[in-house]
Design a protein around this ligand. Structure first.
Ligand SMILES: Nc1ncnc2c1ncn2[C@@H]1O[C@H](COP(=O)(O)OP(=O)(O)O)[C@@H](O)[C@H]1O
Ligand SMILES: [Mg+2]
Length: 247
């Protein structure tokens, strides 16, 4: 694995993968992957299609099969822990194919995001707070989610993931399929949430955009981490640029 000279690996990571080999059933996708993210950082994972970025996120969260290695959250081994447990423990995850429930209203979708509370009042209070932060959603909360525009839907996916007031958010391709003005909107939200203390792990096909907001970046190819560095270092790295940024 190549690292750039000024880069220092996370010393006291909130989230890490150590030598993880994982995949689906008999299929191995990740080969000996290690990453570590410090509390309060934005970390961004980039890499070609099919390189295993979504699988890496799924391996952390309990949606893929880990064959060896460990996932650690705040010093605790969480390898193989279920998605529900992870959500309860303050990690939320917006999947690449995140989908809203089209036949439910925006508000009902929001309440689903807080189902782990098993407390309707608490969920309703949290949703109300989020409508203050996302007035666009408050305005359309009685609308069926299936009628939303792409940008509104992405906002709902983000806000729904915030229902648990997460310490860590994992976002798989938050900008995919969005018009440029909505992409800026989503990245602005990511920065704001991070400013409020939420640690972010992003996967981005828009590598320039993703790395430009990232404190730490990882380049994954063929299921292996090939480069790691600060976002700026990776953006300026000649080999990363040539191989992975189309430069
Ligand atoms: N549920 C699954 N079962 C079997 N193979 C899968 C599954 N999901 C993804 N894969 C395979 O894992 C590899 C990596 O996919 P993925 O993690 O989605 O890559 P990326 O997100 O980087 O595009 C691909 O070869 C893909 O076909
Ligand atoms: Mg993917």
């Amino acid at each position: 694995m190549a690292t750039t000279p000024e880069y220092t690996a996370a010393e006291d990571p909130i989230l890490s993968m150590d030598s993880v080999v994982s995949g689906y059933g008999n299929t191995t996708v990740l080969h000996d992957v290690s990453i570590a993210v410090e509390e309060g950082e934005i970390a961004c994972l980039i890499g070609p299609n099919g390189s295993g970025k979504s699988t890496l996120m799924k391996s952390i969260y309990g949606f893929a099969d880990i064959k060896s290695g460990t996932v650690t959250l705040d010093g605790e081994d969480i390898t193989g822990r279920s998605p529900q447990e992870n959500l309860k423990n303050g990690m939320s995850y917006v999947l690449q194919d995140a989908s809203v429930f089209p036949n439910m209203t925006v508000h009902e979708n929001m309440l689903m995001g807080g189902y782990v509370f098993k407390d309707d009042d608490r969920a309703a209070d949290r949703a109300a707070q989020l409508y203050d932060e996302f007035p666009v959603l408050g305005d359309i909360k009685e609308q069926k989610a299936g009628t939303l525009s792409g940008g509104q839907r992405r906002l709902l996916e983000l806000a729904r993931a915030l229902m648990v007031d997460p310490d860590i958010m994992m976002l798989d391709e938050p900008s995919i399929g969005l018009e440029p003005k909505f992409i800026d909107d989503v990245f602005e939200r990511i920065r704001q949430l991070n400013d409020l203390g939420t640690t972010m792990l992003l996967v981005e096909q828009n590598a320039e955009k993703g790395l430009s907001v990232a404190d730490r970046g990882f380049v994954l190819a063929s299921g292996e981490i090939k480069f790691t560095g600060t976002g700026t270092e990776l953006l300026n790295d000649e080999a990363v640029g040539r191989l992975y940024l189309g430069g």
